[in-house]
Design a protein around this ligand. Structure first.
Ligand SMILES: NC(=O)c1ccc[n+]([C@@H]2O[C@H](COP(=O)([O-])OP(=O)(O)OC[C@H]3O[C@@H](n4cnc5c(N)ncnc54)[C@H](OP(=O)(O)O)[C@@H]3O)[C@@H](O)[C@H]2O)c1
Length: 325
């Protein structure tokens, strides 16, 4: 069947994203065809577009979407035609009206969650989940430092971390984002252009430092994040908004009192269906209880994916963003 998708034939700026008609084959064994109703925009999509995370070209783009199953391949038992589902994963082809995807990776959408909310929360919410429940499991009373606190992952992680009893120190770039971050559970705000983030963190924690830093900024913040940790603290470096982190000597961890560093990626935490469904159940439980609110603050037609990329890279978005096919 014919469908439309964003395709890219070269790496580059947002202008390489082309809206094209493509031919979609019937689902292969183990796959389901999903007719998308809402597509999640994620910062990782910009890494794929620029080639920071290389893919074979030409390619589609996008790692998250919600929709309706409208065909299934041989052997599929996990879902049926008509099911409302959401997914995250590769190959990156979610910027499309319809696509085929492994059925085991499709998550049923709870009745009290809309398709748009599901597309806005799965990848970012599961990331928030593993950050604060796995990479460094927050204990009540822990001070933690969270970058991009008003962004997609940050908005969800700050609400959830606060619920777990953390004292959340959020880093944001504007006064508007500061107000939003405070309303989402941040106890303290540090402005991103502050040249002494570690000093601010020390001042806010009685000189001790934080139990964990959740750092999605990468190159520009890595050292000051290490400097913000208490002895035995955990540095979770999980993104590259400013570029990938440079090589560093392990002795830097000793100098700062036996620190830990982890560089996690979501897909290792949801590598089989049982892990995926258990994590999604935990996420949808906190959403259902109103502990974590999903804020869809930007919507763009799928054809305007380039504009969405321009805006997220220019730090103009807050909360979650969806593309509507
Ligand atoms: N490893 C994983 O498993 C995983 C999974 C999902 C997401 N991530 C990472 O998590 C981060 C957040 O993803 P998201 O989709 O929710 O995006 P987002 O937080 O909504 O957008 C990125 C934010 O990063 C901040 N930022 C700081 N320096 C920046 C720069 N030089 N250029 C652009 N933005 C900059 C901006 O917030 P301020 O203006 O307030 O500073 C911006 O709003 C990304 O780094 C992403 O790669 C990692």
């Amino acid at each position: 069947m014919k469908t439309h998708a964003i395709r890219m034939h070269e790496y580059g700026g947002p202008e390489v994203l082309q809206y094209e008609e493509i031919e979609l084959a019937d689902p292969a064994p183990g796959e389901a065809r999903v007719r998308h109703t809402a597509i999640g925009l994620n910062f990782i999509d910009t890494y794929h577009r620029t080639g920071l995370y290389p893919m074979d070209l030409p390619t589609g783009l996008g790692s998250e979407a919600a929709g309706i199953v409208d065909a299934v391949g041989k052997g599929v038992t996990e879902v049926s035609v008509g099911d409302r589902v959401v997914y995250t994963g590769r190959p990156a082809e979610s910027y499309s009206q319809s696509r085929n995807f492994p059925a085991w990776q499709l998550v049923p959408i709870p009745d009290d969650v809309t398709d748009e909310q599901a597309a806005a929360v799965l990848l970012k919410g599961l990331t928030a989940w593993y950050l604060i429940r796995r990479s460094y499991p927050i204990q009540p009373g822990d001070p933690v430092l969270l970058y991009a606190a008003a962004g997609g992952v940050g908005s969800l992680a700050s609400q959830w971390a606060k619920h777990l009893g953390a004292t959340v120190i959020g880093v944001v770039s504007t006064d508007e984002k500061a107000a939003l971050a405070r309303s989402q559970g941040c106890d303290h705000i540090i402005m991103a252009d502050d040249e002494d983030v570690a000093g601010e963190v020390r001042a806010l924690t009685g000189g001790e430092g934080v139990a964990a830093v959740y750092d999605s900024i990468g190159r520009d913040t890595f050292i000051s994040s290490l400097d913000s940790l208490r002895p035995h603290g955990v540095m979770v470096t999980f993104g590259n908004a400013s570029g990938p982190v440079d090589a560093f000597a392990p002795v830097e961890l000793a100098k700062r009192h036996s620190l830990y560093v982890t560089r996690p990626i979501l897909f290792d935490f949801i590598a089989d269906r049982d892990s995926l469904l258990a994590a999604a159940a935990e996420l949808f439980a906190v959403v259902g209880q109103g502990i974590v609110r999903i804020n869809v603050n930007q919507r763009y037609p799928l054809e305007d994916a380039a504009k969405a990329h321009t805006d997220i890279e220019a730090r103009k978005t807050t909360g979650s963003t969806v593309l509507i096919p």
